[in-house]
Design a protein around this ligand. Structure first.
Ligand code: PMP
Length: 388
């Protein structure tokens, strides 16, 4: 199919996307037409992307080490600063070692094949059905054997564990990105243990936000989760990702993970931002508590007018509208009221569950959070006033 035909098909389905560019000023985004929207869409959960301390350290590392790292890690791209922040990150996570990646997508897409290889040729990955596209990419390509279990359904997971006999690994997320619900990690770890399967956990939306001092959900179960990964472009406010686990595991990945080996090492600015974020994140308990109570208030406001927020129990809140048009209608209403939240539609979420994804940040001040609650309380109830 030609690109023009493919785009026409997307147009016909009302799913053609275009990029909008913004200028950012803290939590406010300015559009080219001068309109200003409060950001309740990004994943900068602690506001660290705009934090002066983080920005200064990133600038300091650029001044000291340069704009780029110049080579892949095993050639000569590894600076002392990479080693230092990886050690600091492992200490924060409570693991023996950690390794940086260029992005979360790159990490999941290449770690899973490398781990499947480590487990042996017949290894099978058992993956939560609602896992992020990067996990699905890593598990269902490169000749990896994988099956999906129904979202957070431990009975289904157990059925799949019973079926096989070769090495298996359970793959899930701490917090699901489009639903804001959590995996029952303790139960998953127990089940996986019973079948001798290691657990791989994506902490993208939990790290910095949940767990003791923001150390993620794996930190609540010390020593139980074999492999954790997380992203550094969300609550950490920077860019990139990590994988963490035993020293041996990290040494193996240093040698065998294509997404680590064949790519330029993360640049100094990213290392500086990460170094500074690691200094402050453990002390942000007040911000984490504010974020959790803001999320409770938002859920109550939208549920009061009849919207389903699924099993959300975190800073990510889906306002489930049903049809794509209804979700887009909610996005438009919020935008007219000065807030940017994005409608999420198939194929990202199943048909009939299109939603407005609210993604809250501790950087929202009380006044603005109050305005958001007022706007949400005035939304037309589901099925009323919105097409579909
Ligand atoms: N895992 C999850 C659960 C995510 O939500 C995302 C991105 N939104 C990623 C991985 C990919 O991370 P990155 O943006 O760093 O590529």
């Amino acid at each position: 199919m030609l690109a023009a035909q493919a785009l026409d098909a997307l147009d016909m389905a009302g799913r053609r996307r275009t990029l909008r560019a913004y200028d950012r000023d803290g939590i406010r985004l300015r559009l080219p037409d001068g309109n200003v929207l409060v950001d309740v869409a990004s994943n900068d959960y602690l506001g660290l992307a705009q934090d002066p301390g983080i920005i200064d350290r990133a600038a300091e590392y650029v001044a000291r080490f340069g704009a780029g790292s110049g080579a892949s890690r095993l050639i000569c791209g590894t600076l002392t600063a990479h080693r230092e922040v990886e050690e600091k990150l492992a200490a924060f996570l409570g693991t023996e070692a950690a390794l940086l990646f260029g992005s979360g997508f790159q990490a999941n897409a290449t770690l899973l094949p490398a781990l499947a290889e480590l487990l042996g040729g017949e290894a099978e990955l058992l993956v939560d059905r609602l896992s992020h596209a990067s996990i699905l990419n890593g598990a269902f390509s490169h000749g990896v054997k994988a099956k999906r279990f129904r979202h957070n359904d431990l009975n289904h997971l157990e059925d799949l564990l019973k079926e096989g006999s070769g090495p298996r690994m359970v793959v899930t997320e701490s917090v699901f990105s489009m639903d804001g619900d959590r995996a029952d990690l303790a139960a998953i770890a127990d089940l996986a243990d019973r079948y001798g399967a290691p657990v791989y956990l994506d902490e993208a939306h939990a790290i910095g936000v949940l767990g003791p001092e923001g150390r993620g959900l794996a930190a609540e179960l010390p020593g139980r989760i074999a492999v954790t990964m997380g992203t550094l472009g969300k609550a950490f406010g920077g860019f990139g990702a990590y994988v963490a686990g035993s020293r041996l595991l990290i040494d193996y990945l240093t040698n065998r993970c294509a997404g680590f080996l064949y790519t330029t090492a993360p640049p100094p600015a990213v290392l500086g931002a990460l170094d500074a974020a690691l200094d402050v994140i453990p002390s942000l308990d007040m911000e984490r508590m504010r974020l959790a109570s803001m999320a409770d208030a938002v859920r109550m406001a939208v549920q009061a007018i009849g919207y389903d927020t699924g099993a959300s129990s975190t800073q990510i809140i889906p306002v489930i509208a049903g049809t794509e048009q209804a979700a887009l209608g909610l996005q438009q209403i919020l935008e007219m009221a000065g807030f940017l939240a994005v409608a999420i539609r198939p194929p990202t979420v199943p048909a009939g569950t299109s939603r407005l994804r609210l993604s809250l940040s501790a950087a929202l001040d009380d006044h603005t959070a109050g305005q958001l609650l007022t706007v949400l309380s005035c939304l037309p109830p589901p099925g009323l006033g919105l097409p579909g």
